[in-house]
Design a protein around this ligand. Structure first.
Ligand SMILES: Cc1cc2nc3c(=O)[nH]c(=O)nc-3n(C[C@H](O)[C@H](O)[C@H](O)COP(=O)(O)O)c2cc1C
Length: 188
């Protein structure tokens, strides 16, 4: 049997007391139960990148910093991503954009899903802001899950997505599973 593609669930918020970790843990559980992927949590708070500080454009892949080389190796091994992102001031949060900007080839021709969250907006403005950045890297959108923290809050550090959100998450995972092998061919 072919090995399952590796899906990285990226926690975009780096804020102490963030809710993003609980939402990513929920998505991780749904993705593990889906069984289409090996699933890995990637926490940008732990990755701990500074503001972009490479002298060369990432397209050249001539990284001088150890933190960039480590980040490159992490992203390189993935076949697909789900970015779990908060909405900050009607857009994506800076840590997510910064982590994406550090690399180039490691992202290319890989599919992604978005799990956004916020107030009434459900983080959709953050999701819409992030899409052109990922399209510029030739990444393919598999779908979105949009969460209202008012309707489904994080309680005592735990997020329990309702049936509707679980269906939405599984739709994204199904599409990622369809796209991952096709995009893997484009990378060869
Ligand atoms: C700097 C900042 C800006 C925010 N701007 C928005 C916003 O534009 N729209 C929204 O729905 N919520 C906004 N919020 C509320 C966040 O949705 C809420 O704090 C959420 O918990 C943030 O995710 P995190 O806890 O994982 O960092 C903002 C929060 C912060 C910290």
């Amino acid at each position: 049997m072919a090995p399952r593609p590796l899906l990285q669930v990226v926690i975009g918020s780096t804020r102490p007391q963030r809710v993003g970790g609980a939402i990513a843990a929920w998505f991780y559980e749904v993705a593990t139960a889906h069984q289409g992927f090996e699933v890995e949590l990637v926490d940008l708070a732990t990755v701990d990148l500074p503001l972009f500080d490479e002298p060369q454009q990432p397209m050249r892949r001539q990284y001088v910093h150890e933190h960039t080389k480590r980040w490159s190796a992490t992203v390189e091994r993935a076949d697909a991503f789900v970015f779990v992102i908060p909405e900050y001031n009607h857009s994506m949060n800076a840590a997510t954009k910064n982590a994406i900007d550090f690399l180039h080839h490691e992202w290319r021709y890989k599919p992604f899903g978005l799990v956004s969250y916020g107030g009434a907006s459900r983080g959709l403005r953050a999701a819409q802001a992030l899409k052109p950045t990922l399209a510029a890297l030739k990444m393919a959108l598999a779908g979105d899950v949009a969460i209202s923290l008012a309707a489904t809050p994080v309680t005592d550090g735990v997020f329990e997505g309702d049936e509707h959100l679980a269906r939405s998450a599984n739709g994204v995972l199904d599409e990622l599973a369809r796209l991952a092998p096709l995009y893997a061919q484009l990378r060869t």
